[in-house]
Write a protein that binds this ligand. Structure first.
Ligand code: PRP
Ligand code: URA
Length: 275
């Protein structure tokens, strides 16, 4: 167990560790390994590995995968808005607005480790020392089509970011990605990239997009999605262990057509009203 937050959520979903477990986790930190090595009882299989909130009604998994390449954004607003996205009754207009808003909230988390340089500014009263985001230029790279829905929200937070594009679609039969477009700024090695796609399902599209970006010289790359499947997080982690995934939800599994369950359906179709 390498992530204290994951440990916390596991404990909080375990009947024998009520909310007092928060203090416990904070106190013992990574030594929570003691717990995970406890004798496994049938009740342990009720551990819930995903969920931003304890009142979730999604069914529990029998195992608790640990993904060191995954950061779940558990902010209540993100969880609330993702639940609205999942609702089949949410119309295209609202769906688009929600994707935009969630992307902005997730970018707040994904940019939290950008480095700062001190700068001096003159206030109306005196000179003050402040900070500005240093050197590396942020570049957003939506995977077409559905990734486009995440761009504007992040640009509202970082208006100076550049925008590249990667065109990919999933072959309906093989589920493997077919690429048709690639354009990113020339000085790729100097940049921080956020690859954007609402859905990380089999992971084929994400692996292909990141591979293309690396071939173009990209080095510092993060992947932002709204809903991820364990299969996709694992596949991206195996292919590109240096790429951290930021997701609003880690769902249960894929169905036989490669759709995420419970998921939200076809993100591109729901965003653009093509269904
Ligand atoms: C969806 C989604 C991802 C991909 C994820 O796009 O937006 O790009 O599927 O699936 P994967 O992880 O199994 O590769 P889709 O291929 O449907 O294209 P679209 O955005 O043009 O609809
Ligand atoms: N692409 C989508 O849009 N939705 C899924 O559930 C899987 C892939």
């Amino acid at each position: 167990m390498e992530d204290d937050r994951q440990a916390l959520f596991i404990l909080r979903h375990h009947r024998r560790f009520p909310s007092a477990s928060h203090a416990l986790v904070e106190q013992i930190g990574k030594r929570i390994l003691i717990f995970t090595s406890a004798t496994r009882e049938p009740m342990d299989d009720r551990l819930v590995f995903f969920h931003g909130r304890e009142d979730s009604s999604f069914s529990a998994m029998t195992t608790t995968p640990v993904f060191t390449n995954l950061t779940l954004v558990r902010h209540p607003l993100v969880q609330h808005k993702i639940t609205l996205l999942r609702d089949r009754r949410t119309p295209t207009k609202i769906f688009k607005e929600l994707v935009d808003e969630i992307a902005m909230l997730m970018a707040y988390e994904a940019t939290s480790e950008l480095s700062l340089d001190p700068v001096t500014v003159q206030t109306p009263l005196e000179q003050a020392t402040g900070f500005q985001v240093s050197g590396k230029k942020l570049t957003l790279v939506p995977i077409l089509r559905a990734g486009l829905g995440m761009v504007e929200g992040i640009l509202r937070l970082v208006p100076s970011a550049r925008v590249g594009h990667i065109g990919l679609y999933r072959d309906h039969d093989t589920l493997e990605p077919v690429d048709y477009y690639f354009k990113v700024p020339g000085d790729a090695a100097e940049r921080d990239f956020f690859v954007l796609d609402p859905m990380l399902a089999t992971g084929g599209s994400a692996v292909s997009a990141v591979s293309s970006l690396k071939r173009a010289g990209g080095v510092r790359i993060r992947f932002l999605c709204l809903v991820a499947a364990p299969e996709g997080v694992r596949r991206l982690g195996n292919a590109h262990p240096d790429v951290q995934v930021y997701a609003g939800a880690l769902d249960r599994e894929l169905n036989s057509q490669g759709y995420i369950l419970p998921g939200l359906g076809d993100a591109g179709d729901r965003l653009f009203g093509t269904r």
